[in-house]
Design a protein around this ligand. Structure first.
Ligand SMILES: Nc1ncnc2c1ncn2[C@@H]1O[C@H](COP(=O)(O)OP(=O)(O)OP(=O)(O)O)[C@@H](O)[C@H]1O
Ligand SMILES: [Mg+2]
Length: 225
């Protein structure tokens, strides 16, 4: 299990995350929602080892990894698919994937479009194509815990459906998945095991999802979905 305990991050004297608890259990999908600037991406960076918390802990299967570097966590299986379609622009699609590991047919089959894009420089890809590369790269790393930050951004409805089905398949295969999204929250709640709402860096609402529609109604009250 991947777990944040009492995580606080301060930027320029402002608490961007304030005593936040959040966990990602193997074989579960944990949704993380909240308005712009509420601290969601920062929490994922804390998990991945890209931001050091001012206080609090990150635990991986009970081991305190708070002071372990990003590459250590990546090797353990904590893999972040970052927001805003971040790819290595000067490398080809194939090279981008190879950074993460051996490229498998299974990963490519999620987005067959990737096949014809393999030799194209990632910097020349469209937004949606980049997003496919970000997702495929994360899968190539064979995560035990996958952190997906706004994975649907820029994708067509069909591509987003394919991604969602892959997410559900991975969850059933035992991968722990945490997902930040402003999009398709209603669809995601059908598959989510838990949902957490951050408001201004604080945990405003966190529940196990038993009745998706009820939870969706609650979230709607907190924020405009
Ligand atoms: N390196 C940094 N230095 C200073 N402030 C930062 C830094 N990174 C993030 N912040 C601030 O921390 C707050 C939380 O940012 P974060 O990216 O975690 O939000 P978010 O919930 O992911 O928002 P969005 O939905 O827009 O992606 C924001 O107010 C942001 O301006
Ligand atoms: Mg963000």
């Amino acid at each position: 299990m991947l777990k944040a305990e009492g995580v606080t991050v301060v930027y320029n004297g402002k608490k961007v995350l304030d005593d936040v608890n959040f966990e990602v259990e193997k074989g579960e999908l944990s949704l993380l929602v909240g308005p712009n600037g509420s601290g969601k991406s920062t929490l994922f960076k804390v998990f991945a080892g890209l931001v050091k918390p001012d206080s609090g802990k990150v635990l991986y299967d009970g081991e305190d990894v708070t002071s372990k570097p990003a590459h250590f966590r990546f090797r353990k299986g904590i893999v972040l698919a970052p927001e805003r379609m971040r790819v290595a622009e000067k490398l080809t699609v194939e090279e981008n994937l190879k950074i993460a590991g051996k490229v498998s047919k299974d990963v490519i089959s999620v987005f067959p479009d990737l096949r014809r894009l393999m030799r194209q420089k990632a910097g020349t890809l469209s937004g949606g194509e980049r997003q496919m590369v970000v997702f495929a790269r994360a899968l190539t790393a064979k995560p035990t815990h996958l952190l997906l930050d706004e994975p649907f951004q820029g994708l067509s409805g069909e591509a987003a459906d394919r991604m969602l089905m892959k997410i559900v398949e991975m969850k059933e295969d035992g991968v722990g998945i945490a997902l930040i999204s402003h999009e398709r929250v209603e669809d995601l709640l059908v598959y989510a095991d838990s949902v957490t709402l951050l408001l201004g860096g604080q945990l405003a609402y966190s529940v196990r999802v038993v009745e998706p529609m009820k939870v969706f109604g609650k979230l709607k009250k907190f924020m405009m979905l």
